[in-house]
Ligand binder design. Structure first.
Ligand code: CMP
Length: 140
């Protein structure tokens, strides 16, 4: 079925000038960018996004990293978009990511792992709405 998912190109990948190469992978896989913007997240915005991880030992570092530089948030649309994006990204830990995935090719550590993608339909709905209002999404 056609789905929407939230993708974030994280500060490490933006700093590497890899925005275009990463978006090219989404497009080549048949996903369409239906919304996009560049943002430098505040602590409050990044902390709220990752609220489910608040009690995890890596939370503080995660928020620190996500506010360390600009990110590019996008809504990707396509058939099976949530799982397709996760396949393209590879495992959370780049050291475990399959060859040819975004994290294997652009990231070295679990903290600075190049991209985020929604992990379920429920989180996709929450995450898309966290960054985009309805009139910022352009179905095509
Ligand atoms: P992301 O998919 O954006 O969701 C939460 C992030 O926390 C994750 O990617 C990693 O970059 C980061 N993180 C750091 N340590 C861990 C860990 N032990 N388990 C899961 N995520 C971690």
């Amino acid at each position: 079925a056609t789905e929407r998912t939230l993708s974030i190109i994280k500060p490490d990948a933006v700093a590497k000038n890899a925005i275009g190469e990463i978006i090219a992978r989404f497009e080549k896989a048949g996903l369409k960018v239906v919304a996009a913007k560049m943002l430098h997240l505040s602590e409050e915005k990044a902390g709220g996004f990752y609220a489910e991880h608040k009690e995890r030992p890596f939370y503080k570092d995660l928020v620190g990293f996500m506010t360390s530089g600009p990110v590019v948030v996008q809504v990707l649309e396509g058939d099976d978009a949530i799982a397709k994006n996760r396949d393209l990204m590879g495992a959370t830990n780049p050291k475990e990511a399959a060859p040819g995935t975004i994290r294997a090719d652009f990231a070295e550590t679990i903290d600075a792992n190049a991209v985020h993608g929604s992990d379920s339909p429920a989180s996709a709905e929450r995450e898309v709405a966290y960054f985009f209002s309805a009139d910022e999404i352009c179905p095509r």
